[in-house]
Design a protein around this ligand. Structure first.
Ligand SMILES: [Zn+2]
Length: 75
C-alpha cells in the first residue's frame, strides 16, 4: 500500500513529507536519522542534508519545529 521510499541513508524508516513549522516549507524527511531532501528531489544517499543543516541554511535554529505533512500525491 505504501509507496514511500525507504531511507537510503539509514534503511531504518521511510522518507515522508514534512513541513517546517516556522516557514511552512515542505520537504522530505527520514524520522529515524533526520536526513532531509527538498520536496520533489530524488531520494538518494548522495544528496541528503542533515536536518540541522537544512534548518540553519534557512536561518532557523537546528531544533526548529517540524511537523508531519503527509499529503497524498506528494510522495
Ligand atoms: Zn534515515
Amino acid at each position: 500500500m505504501s509507496t514511500l521510499p525507504e531511507c537510503p541513508r539509514c534503511g531504518q524508516d521511510y522518507v515522508r513529507t514534512a513541513r517546517l513549522v516556522e516557514t511552512g516549507e515542505l520537504f522530505q524527511l527520514c524520522d529515524e536519522c533526520l536526513a532531509t531532501w527538498p520536496l520533489g528531489a530524488e531520494v538518494v544517499k548522495a544528496t541528503f542534508t542533515q536536518l540541522d543543516d537544512f534548518a540553519e541554511t534557512r536561518g532557523l535554529p537546528y531544533n526548529t519545529g517540524v511537523e508531519a505533512a503527509d499529503t497524498p500525491g506528494l510522495n
